[in-house]
Ligand binder design. Structure first.
Ligand code: IMP
Ligand code: MG
Length: 172
């Protein structure tokens, strides 16, 4: 059985979400925002963040999966960017659970750009920097870590541990 080493408590997570939401609300004051979440990992982060924003928001989702069964990205991202919201001329914030190689975000961005938004920024709860291969925007970051495989608060290992309210490093 892999060991779960605590990284962020529920309280620390909520403090970070609050600070991100304050920054974002301030930057988009007087505007409205379309949050586009990358499923499935983003589900709790997006739900918590959206409820703390003080600007009007619309919410939509794209699907992406790169870790089909384990803890190393196979490099091929399977994507579904079929969003239903009309984002033409609107400000978009792409919301991710964690940035790793950068492949997922850099694969999604062109598909969103094609839909003609007024602007696109990226918000990720965790920026995992060591394995970055594709330069990607990091406009709003909750926490930066160098390496390690994290689970909880939406992050999974083979579909498990997503529902843990805190974040842990999985030690194999
Ligand atoms: P990237 O495409 O390599 O940047 O990987 C990003 C995606 O891989 C994220 O959206 C996560 O779903 C997944 N991922 C990357 N690192 C972790 C991790 O430490 N735990 C769980 N999922 C991860
Ligand atoms: Mg993800």
């Amino acid at each position: 059985m892999p060991e779960l080493v605590p990284v962020l408590t529920e309280k620390e997570i909520q403090k970070t979400v609050e600070s991100l939401s304050r920054k974002i609300s301030n930057d988009y004051k007087g505007k409205s925002l379309v949050l586009i979440g990358v499923l499935k990992g983003v589900l709790f982060f997006l739900a918590d963040l959206a409820r703390k924003l003080s600007v009007p928001v619309e919410i939509d989702f794209v699907w992406a999966s790169s870790y089909e069964t384990g803890d190393t990205s196979c490099g091929d991202v399977s994507l579904s960017c079929d969003i239903k919201t009309d984002i033409r001329g609107k400000h978009v914030l792409l919301v991710e659970d964690i940035l790793d190689t950068g492949k997922t975000i850099t694969s999604i961005l062109p598909a969103i750009e094609k839909l003609g938004p007024a602007s696109i920024k990226v918000c990720a709860f965790i920026d995992k920097t060591e394995r970055r291969e594709h330069e990607c925007p990091t406009d709003y970051i909750g926490h930066s870590i160098k390496s390690g495989f994290l689970v909880g608060f939406g992050l999974d290992y083979s579909g498990k541990y997503r529902n843990l309210p805190a974040i842990y490093e999985l030690k194999f």
